[in-house]
Design a binder for this molecule. Structure first.
Ligand code: SF4
Ligand code: SF4
Length: 308
């Protein structure tokens, strides 16, 4: 797969027409490694030059930080320099439910009103999928809050009360403050839990577990959701660009993406999101074989192959 040094070099298919939604994660308020306006502008301008009406598109978060509401997200988008572009942050009040992989996936109508979709993804690590690229960008980023909760819901921790020492280690391990130590057990706010697994890794007695089965089910839901998104557009009107720059161990939802796991590698583009994800992961792995948990990533690939 060809690697481009700059976004200007990427050949965008002439088959993208009309209103083009550029699916872009514009970064957590405190994140510093998200894709920058200067990396988006050449793509945006090229689409305009083709006679299209491009706009940046994203959805709100499941967790309650600045991007939880469309208004809050628009403020973050401005803060991060995207004020020069038309930006649509979907409201969850108009939803189309799409069947995919045996699941019902809720997609915001504001995305489906576009004529074409350009998925612009930042290659990073990820707490659950380990590598995040085009499929994660669609699965998490093009569905409503209900969809995000559905996908994450498969991989939440299982609690074994009989093994619990009531030590409180898991309470400290949860960055999202979802665990409380009660008198004779812990309680977890499962509704907001993305299944990161930090509590299970920290527990000294195996009282919390995110099972392989549940992770695989979650990965199946990622694939099903991404397929649901692309199924709503004619194939010739969907295109993918992945940026391999500032590749951090965590995704752009993180306040701090963590350490860089690879040098900058450039841009890749194509029509198949799994091919792009495989190539991006291969390039990163080539530079840093220990960058990520590649075994877990292989599970993700296995699940995605059913859909792409
Ligand atoms: S998996 Fe555990 S540590 Fe991670 S968010 Fe859920 S409760 Fe918190
Ligand atoms: S870390 Fe494990 S043993 Fe300690 S309170 Fe949490 S679940 Fe119980």
């Amino acid at each position: 797969m060809k690697i481009y040094n700059s976004p200007e070099e990427i050949p965008i298919p002439e088959t993208l027409t009309g209103r083009v939604a550029i699916k872009l994660h514009m970064g957590d308020k405190e994140n510093r490694t998200f894709l920058k306006p200067g990396e988006v502008r050449p793509i945006f301008n090229k689409l305009k030059g083709m006679g299209c009406e491009p706009f940046l598109f994203d959805t709100t978060t499941l967790y309650k930080r600045e991007r939880y509401t469309p208004e809050g997200y628009l403020e973050v988008a401005k803060l991060h320099g995207f004020g020069e572009f038309p930006v649509v942050i979907a409201r969850d009040d108009r939803v189309k439910w799409v069947e995919s992989g045996g699941l019902k996936i809720p997609l915001p109508e504001q995305l489906l009103e576009a004529n074409s979709l350009l998925v612009l993804s930042h290659a990073t690590g990820h707490i659950i999928t380990k590598f995040a690229g085009a499929i994660k960008n669609m699965a998490m980023g093009c569905v409503t809050k209900e969809g995000k909760a559905l996908i994450h819901g498969f991989a939440r921790p299982t609690y074994y009360r009989e093994k619990c020492l009531l030590c409180g280690t898991c309470v400290k391990a949860c960055n999202m403050n979802l665990i409380r130590l009660e008198r004779d057990r812990i309680s977890i706010n499962m509704k907001d839990c993305p299944g990161c697994g930090a509590c299970a890794r920290a527990c000294p007695n195996g009282a919390l577990e995110i099972t392989e089965e549940s992770i695989r089910e979650s990965f199946n839901a990622f694939g099903a959701a991404a397929r649901a998104v692309v199924s709503q557009f004619p194939p010739e009107r969907v295109f993918f660009i992945t940026v391999l720059k500032r590749i951090t161990e965590l995704c752009d939802c993180a306040k701090d993406g963590g350490k860089l796991i690879s040098p900058d590698l450039g841009f890749i583009a194509g029509k198949n999101p799994l091919e792009l994800d495989l190539e991006a992961a291969r390039l990163i792995r080539e530079k840093n074989p220990k960058a990520l948990d590649w075994e877990r990533w292989e599970w993700f690939v296995e699940a995605s192959k059913k859909y792409f």
